[in-house]
Each structure stands twice: as structure tokens, then as C-alpha cells.
Ligand binder design. Structure first.
Ligand SMILES: [Cu+2]
Length: 156
């Protein structure tokens, strides 16, 4: 995510600032659930009410932070790659459809994403890495993060 550095505050700068703030604010949750047929592999029927929600917030210094809120789910990094225990597990993080890492808890430093629009998806997974599902849908959440174009004015 780009930071705004300006040496002269004029009308153009203020407009750019307003646009940048608007762009950051324009993050939206996409409702379309991930279908297990899109994922393939193992799946495990989740207990009723298991869910995950995503928040992406600009870090005060650099990049962004990811925060997850889960329900009816217990983070169990100590059991990762072990046998399935009902309601336990970890998460998988995907950025623009590509798996980035496992998540072992509710917060993660995403770092700086390139300028443009990105999809951030988190799925809840059992200890054995199988996706938790409700019916045909993965227990997952997706957020679109828009990183505005650089608005810095360089002195020449
Ligand atoms: Cu896994």
C-alpha cells in the first residue's frame, strides 16, 4: 500500500489525497462463496455456525494487517497436520487465488500489496488440512482490497 508524501499542499494534492482515502475505503466483501468443487481435495462438514470474517486494515506504518473473526472454531496450531478433531484447525490464506501460507491465529501482517485490486481469501481448515464446508460451500471469506495508485509528488 502506498503512502502519501507531499511537499506542497495544493488543490491537486488535496484531491489526490481525497481519492486515495476513497480508494482505501472502497474495500468490499464479496459474497460469492467458494464452492468445494472449485477447491477439490478433502473436505469435512463443519459444525453448525462455524464461520470466518475478514477485515483488512491499513497498518499505521507500512502495508496492511489482516484480522479474522471466527465462530464455532478453535485455532489449534499445535495439532496442525495431525488428525481431525471436530471444530479445530487453522486457516489457509490466498491472495489473488494463490495460496500464500497457513494461518495459525486471528491476525496476520499482509505487508504491502501492489497497486490495484486484490482478492484476499481465508478458508478454515481441519488439522489434516481438509477444507471445512457447509453443504457445498467452503467455510471461507473473501475481501477485495484496492491499493490506490501512488500519489506522491517527487521534487525534481
Ligand atoms: Cu492446512
Amino acid at each position: 500500500m502506498q503512502f502519501i508524501r507531499t511537499r506542497a499542499v495544493g488543490r491537486t494534492t488535496m484531491l489526490a489525497l481525497a481519492l486515495a482515502v476513497a480508494a482505501i475505503a472502497a474495500t468490499t466483501v464479496t459474497a460469492a462463496p467458494v464452492r468445494k468443487s472449485d477447491v477439490g481435495g478433502e473436505h469435512i462438514h463443519a459444525r453448525a455456525g462455524m464461520s470466518v470474517k475478514i477485515k483488512v486494515r491499513k497498518d499505521a506504518m507500512k502495508g496492511c494487517n489482516l484480522f479474522l473473526t471466527t465462530k464455532n472454531f478453535r485455532w489449534a496450531p499445535e495439532h496442525a497436520s495431525g488428525k481431525h478433531v471436530r471444530g479445530e484447525g487453522h486457516a489457509h490464506l490466498f491472495i489473488d487465488g494463490k495460496k500464500v501460507t497457513r494461518l495459525y491465529g486471528p491476525a496476520y501482517y499482509l505487508g504491502e500489496l501492489a497497486e490495484g485490486s486484490h482478492t484476499v481469501t481465508v478458508s478454515l481448515n481441519a488439522n489434516n488440512h481438509a477444507s471445512y464446508v457447509h453443504g457445498d460451500n467452503e467455510v471461507s471469506a473473501t475481501k477485495t482490497v484496492v491499493v490506490p495508485a501512488a500519489t506522491s509528488t517527487q521534487m525534481k
